[in-house]
Design a protein around this ligand. Structure first.
Ligand SMILES: NC(=O)c1ccc[n+]([C@@H]2O[C@H](COP(=O)([O-])OP(=O)(O)OC[C@H]3O[C@@H](n4cnc5c(N)ncnc54)[C@H](OP(=O)(O)O)[C@@H]3O)[C@@H](O)[C@H]2O)c1
Length: 360
């Protein structure tokens, strides 16, 4: 198996993936911008490390050129993916990331032809966002090839702690960066349109019960279109009820404030101080769920459900499995996870069950 690197290895998720890689016998190069943070991690895991900033294009290309694959874990990816994609294309190195950000997916897919020419794979979204939902979308859409409408609902806390304890700082900082620009998106007749935040709530039945869900700009709004071409997509997320109902009232003011860079920076610093990410106990005992429904022009529908691991646990395990597949396989071009590995790939992650029906 070839050499690979984890960029952003010192973050909450990068460290989990590095630990899982070592458990599975890999020796990834740990890379990031801070020697102070990298050195103790590399020593603890017995791995080599390299200090390279994303703003130093020459040094980045040199480091990327020493490996066959980059697993990019440094987000918000709106700020970090572009320089890494450039370096990967220049050096002919595969690129994977765990972004869930719509503009990042759009940019990655715009590089499909360049990736094919270089013979590299560009596969964004190889974490909980979006492997489980993307695989389920493909599975359900395959059953109704003339589907015109797609609904995806994600319950990241099917079993586990409340919203704050269930999120890492990096995830919340990525939302802070993205929310003021994209708001709440839905896909209508192939185009992305902005819709009022907090509107369109509905109830969805998941394997462990019914929950209220709210339309969001979760990555599937872009990824599922790439996977299936279905022109109308709404993606829902289950959130604590007080957050969903208050978002309608507070979101215009909140989004206006977040448009100010100084406010985003202040908020990100507070998040860094306050959110440590889910504990090991939460990761090991938490569960998450996904529901997908497609409909065609004459009202026929197909649906299915999935229950799987807690989101960060899933990301940790799926990340290393994806690396193994890409290094062992023959992948090129910009691909969604399910187009690269198939709808059943998610079932290879332990603790994952897919349902065609739920018991009454
Ligand atoms: N797809 C999924 O399901 C999934 C799952 C988990 C996380 N994520 C995403 O992954 C990202 C990381 O999450 P996390 O929880 O690991 O966050 P985190 O703990 O805040 O770690 C972020 C990492 O990225 C590095 N970084 C950030 N900006 C950088 C820049 N401009 N240049 C170089 N390095 C930079 C940080 O380095 P410093 O320490 O030097 O700042 C740190 O190593 C977030 O965007 C999150 O949304 C996605």
């Amino acid at each position: 198996m070839g050499e690979w690197m984890i960029y952003g290895a010192t973050g909450y998720t990068g460290t989990l993936v590095a630990e899982e890689a070592v458990r599975r016998g890999h020796k990834p190069l740990l890379v990031g911008r801070s020697a102070v943070k990298l050195r103790p991690l590399a020593e603890r895991l017995g791995l080599d490390y390299a200090v390279v900033g994303l703003d130093d294009a020459d040094a980045l290309a040199k480091a990327v050129g020493t490996v066959e694959l980059v697993y990019h874990a440094a987000g918000p990816f709106v700020h970090t993916s572009e320089p890494m994609l450039r370096a990967c294309l220049q050096e002919g190195t595969h690129y994977l990331d765990i972004s869930g950000e719509v503009p990042v997916y759009q940019h990655a897919f715009s590089l499909d032809e360049a990736a094919r020419e270089k013979g590299i794979a560009i596969i964004p979204g190889v974490g909980f966002d979006v492997i489980p939902s993307d695989c389920l979308v493909k599975y359900v859409a395959n059953q109704l090839p003339d589907a015109t409408h797609l609904e995806v609902a994600v319950d990241a806390l099917a079993l586990g702690d409340g919203a704050g304890a269930g999120l890492s700082a990096g995830t919340v900082k990525s939302m802070i960066e993205l929310l003021p620009t994209i708001g709440t998106l839905q896909r209508r007749n192939t185009k992305l349109v902005q819709t009022p935040t907090g509107a369109g709530l509905k109830k969805v039945r998941f394997p462990r019960g019914t929950k209220t869900v709210m339309p969001t700009s979760w990555g599937d709004i872009e990824m599922s279109y790439h996977t299936t071409g279905i022109p109308n997509v709404t993606v829902y997320l289950s959130l604590p009820p007080f957050l969903m109902y208050s978002s309608r009232l507070f979101s215009p003011l909140f989004l206006n404030l977040l448009r100010l860079k100084s406010v985003r920076e202040f908020a990100s610093r507070q998040v860094d101080r306050m959110l440590l990410g889910p504990s090991e106990h939460t990761r090991e005992h938490g569960r998450s769920a996904v529901y997908v429904m497609v409909r065609n022009g004459i009202g026929e529908t197909r649906e299915a459900w999935l229950e799987t691991l807690e989101g960060y646990q899933f990301t940790m395990i799926s990340g290393v499995r994806v690396v193994e597949r890409v290094l062992d396989g023959d992948y090129n071009g910009a691909l969604s996870p399910s187009n690269a590995f198939g709808a059943d790939f998610v079932l290879s992650i332990e603790g994952t069950t897919r349902y065609d029906q739920l018991p009454n």
